[in-house]
Design a protein around this ligand. Structure first.
Ligand code: CP
Length: 352
């Protein structure tokens, strides 16, 4: 029965408050990056499995193309008409699956979606190698999410169409990291500059476990490409060893200055960006890591600090923060559509 007293039913819904959510920023980014589509040509027909595959120039050009899609939707001429995306999500997803599908639709393509491996031959013991062989004939690009980190590599062996890793266990989530970087660049386009004045360097706090969380692992790799604009990355974790073997060394070799702390509130006043996540998918379930870390309106955040979160959120990010200027996590999720459009256009070589 309709609840006639529900205020959400009484008035037309308000439009999004653009300025506070960062939706106006892509225009600034367009001005900050000179167009050069050459680096994107190297992505044509390439699989995307790891954040390590991207160069700084590719990230900048992907972000620029995303900003064009975001600000100039009229330029999109449905270049993927007649092309089919196979969207295979063998693990739950709201944002990655739907934003990839939204991106592909906006580019004019068609979609076949698998959300339950039990509805395919996998339930009868079919290998991902064999499923991949079939998908060569049914689609033009595959996005795969699987709790098993080897799954994407198994399918890659038989695929002759590109595959994008939509999250493989605790290993990587490269396109989430692309969305994170897009949000960061929109927030502070100066990060694009090769020799940024040290007074403008940013301090990024990551509340999470780089060795167990695929979003954090991939993001740190991409942050390494902007290390000359980052004063420090502070990992907030109560784990003795939040990094996987060799991970910290690789990130430091990329130029990142890393520090680990257990004390969130002591570090918050210095952070320009606060990235928070407490969930890691393990097999068919998820593990909460550091869930006692929690942001709230009274947290000692810098007045102009932004909060990013790959979502889904839990108690660590209460809704009381949604209507504050710190909320960049919704803009981050929204921007993922445009960044994924830029990536798909580059892989399918349909950008103009
Ligand atoms: N960020 C992210 O991967 O969200 P989903 O699990 O909803 O895809």
């Amino acid at each position: 029965m309709v609840n006639k007293l529900n205020p959400r039913l009484q008035e037309p819904l308000e439009e999004q408050p653009l300025d506070t959510q960062g939706f106006e920023r892509p225009r600034n980014l367009l001005n900050a990056i000179n167009e050069d589509l050459a680096p994107l040509l190297d992505l044509a027909q390439r699989p995307v499995v790891s954040a390590n595959q991207f160069t700084r120039e590719q990230l900048l050009q992907l972000a620029r193309l995303a900003a064009r899609y975001e600000t100039q939707p009229q330029m999109i001429t449905r270049p993927l008409t007649g092309k089919i995306l196979v969207s295979a999500f063998y693990e739950p997803s709201t944002r990655t699956r739907l934003s990839f599908e939204s991106a592909w639709h906006r580019l004019g393509g068609d979609i076949m979606s698998i959300t339950d491996p039990a509805s395919t031959g996998i339930a009868k013991g079919e290998t991902l190698y064999d499923v991949g062989e079939m998908l060569n004939h049914y689609g033009d690009l595959v996005v795969l999410r699987d709790s098993n980190e080897q799954a994407v590599y198994e399918m890659l062996e038989s695929l002759r169409v590109p595959i994008i890793n939509g999250g493989n266990g605790t290993d990587e989530h490269p396109t989430q990291a692309l969305a994170d970087i897009y949000a960061l660049l929109k927030w502070r386009p100066a990060i694009c500059q090769p020799e940024l004045d040290p007074t403008q360097h940013i301090r990024i706090g990551i509340i999470g476990v780089p060795g167990r969380m695929r979003t954090v692992r991939s993001l740190l790799v991409l942050l390494g490409l902007f290390s000359d604009a980052i004063a420090e990355v502070v990992i907030v974790s109560d784990k003795e060893q939040p990094f996987a073997a060799g991970q910290r060394e690789e990130l430091e070799a990329a130029g990142l200055t890393l520090r680990i702390t257990r004390d969130l509130n002591q570090s918050l006043p210095d952070m320009d960006v606060v990235y928070i996540n407490t969930i890691a998918w393990i097999g068919d379930d998820y593990e909460e890591l550091g869930s006692h870390y929690r942001l709230e309106q009274s947290s000692p955040l810098k007045p102009d600090a932004i909060i990013l979160h790959p979502l889904a959120r839990g108690d660590e990010l209460p809704r009381e923060l949604d209507n504050t200027p710190h909320n960049w996590y919704f803009a981050q999720a929204r921007g993922a559509v445009f960044m994924r459009m830029a990536l798909l256009s580059s892989i399918m070589k349909t950008f103009t």
